[in-house]
Design a protein around this ligand. Structure first.
Ligand code: SAM
Ligand code: SF4
Ligand code: SF4
Length: 381
């Protein structure tokens, strides 16, 4: 087994779990913990109508980006949604009803969040409401004052997207990026954090392993030690949910040295996602809000015409009502023996990431990659 393969099998799950656990311990209140228990109980019981609330919020400050990554719908200009900025006022309006239940909020989804200068205020606001914050950034446009603003905001976890150990390799995926600038920003942020005696943000170098960069993994590890990042995490490459030509794309981008995780079927690149037993966890644990107030069923799906709800910034947000609307209930019912009166078709009908309940007809598999299970765009958040 190659070094890369060993690393990929071990690292992602471990770091992810410990990160979530830390948030639960740090931001837990009796009310949040009771809600967490109820979420997991209702998911286990495959409830279609739920009394619990999501404990993770993914809220996107903007879906504009300075880069053009070729396997990202934003980079490809193929989001199927108008690009927009989330104002601080709208952010608060959407965030507040969730806050009593949240352990974590993700301040990114389909854009480069630092293009929205209010992102620092949003982070600060969430932290002051006892919600841990998480940001993924390509860190290309960040200026010196932005690094200080990040430190001042109280951000708990920063993922830096840097897929390569040399400029040429990095630029194969991060089109329009600037390798030296990202390394400089990441190093400087860590230096200033340490100089100020701060513990956060934890800085993760995230390295998507692709055919173009798999040979630089050992070099990246050496660099990571020198820079002093808290961890370097190697994650599998995925492709957008709506891609049709999956086989051709996989042939171009999927690495040769890494074949998948021990508990997968051994062939997929997306670790532990496809065919997961049990109901889709997104439909119980997390709500995904786009900058235009549209609610996607999960952070994997991006098109506007797939939305499950529309938040209105002029009206109070009825969180339990939205969470139990016809679309959410219809989607949950795919994983349950429970029958519902008005089942509506949703994007989840054609999704094969999670295993359907035996009483439900499984959708035909999407075009597979060399007969494998499908992959999705992102790693589990
Ligand atoms: C759509 S990006 C938005 C945040 C920011 N622009 C960035 O790239 O970090 C969300 C996450 O998806 C990751 N990502 C991008 N392309 C990917 C791919 N093909 N496979 C897996 N993850 C990917 C990014 O590195 C980032 O962590
Ligand atoms: S992955 Fe991130 S950096 Fe790349 S185009 Fe998409 S949003 Fe931009
Ligand atoms: S599209 Fe798939 S992963 Fe997303 S919410 Fe629906 S079933 Fe879950």
């Amino acid at each position: 087994m190659s070094v890369a393969e060993k690393l990929l099998r071990k690292i992602p799950q471990y770091t992810r779990n410990s990160r979530h656990l830390r948030s639960v311990i740090q931001h837990g209140t009796p009310k949040k913990l009771a809600n967490l228990a109820q979420v997991e109980w209702e998911r286990m019981r495959k409830k279609v109508r739920v009394n619990s609330n999501p404990y993770l919020l993914i809220i996107d400050p903007c879906n504009y980006c300075n880069l053009r990554c070729p396997l990202c719908p934003t980079g490809l200009n193929d989001l199927g949604r108008e690009q927009s900025m989330l104002s601080f006022e709208h952010f608060k309006h959407y965030f507040d009803p969730h806050a009593p239940y949240l352990f974590e909020a993700y301040l990114h989804n389909w854009g480069e969040s630092m293009i929205n200068k209010d992102v620092f205020k949003m982070i600060d606001y969430a932290q002051k409401k006892n919600v841990g914050t998480n940001l993924s950034s390509n860190l290309v446009i960040a200026q010196s004052e932005d690094l200080d603003a990040l430190l001042d905001s109280g951000l708990e976890y920063l993922v830096v997207s840097l897929d390569g150990a040399t400029p040429d390799t990095y630029l194969k995926y991060r089109i329009r990026g600037d390798f030296d600038k990202v390394v400089e920003n990441m190093s400087e942020l860590i230096r200033r954090r340490n100089a100020r005696g701060l513990k956060t943000p934890v800085v993760e170098w995230q390295y998507i392993v692709m055919k173009t960069n798999e040979h630089e993994i050992p070099m990246a590890e050496e660099m990571a030690k020198k820079i002093g990042v808290d961890l370097i995490r190697f994650i599998p490459v995925g492709m957008p949910f709506e891609f049709k030509n999956r086989k051709e794309v996989a042939d171009i981008w999927y690495p040769d040295s890494v074949k998948g995780r021990v508990d997968s079927d051994g062939s997929e690149q997306q670790f532990g996602q496809a065919g997961k037993p049990g109901p889709c966890f997104y439909l119980y644990r997390s709500m995904t809000v786009n900058p235009d107030g549209g609610v996607s069923p999960c952070c994997v799906v991006y098109r506007k015409n797939r939305d499950f709800a529309q938040l209105d910034h002029t009206q109070p947000i009825d969180l339990p009502g939205i969470w139990n609307n016809e679309k959410f209930q219809s989607a949950r019912s795919l994983f349950s023996a429970e029958k519902i009166d008005k089942r509506r078709p949703t994007v989840c009908d054609a999704c094969d990431i999670f295993a359907y309940h035996p009483t439900k007809v499984r959708p035909p598999r999407r075009p597979s990659v060399t007969g494998e299970t499908i992959t999705i765009h992102r790693s589990e958040s």
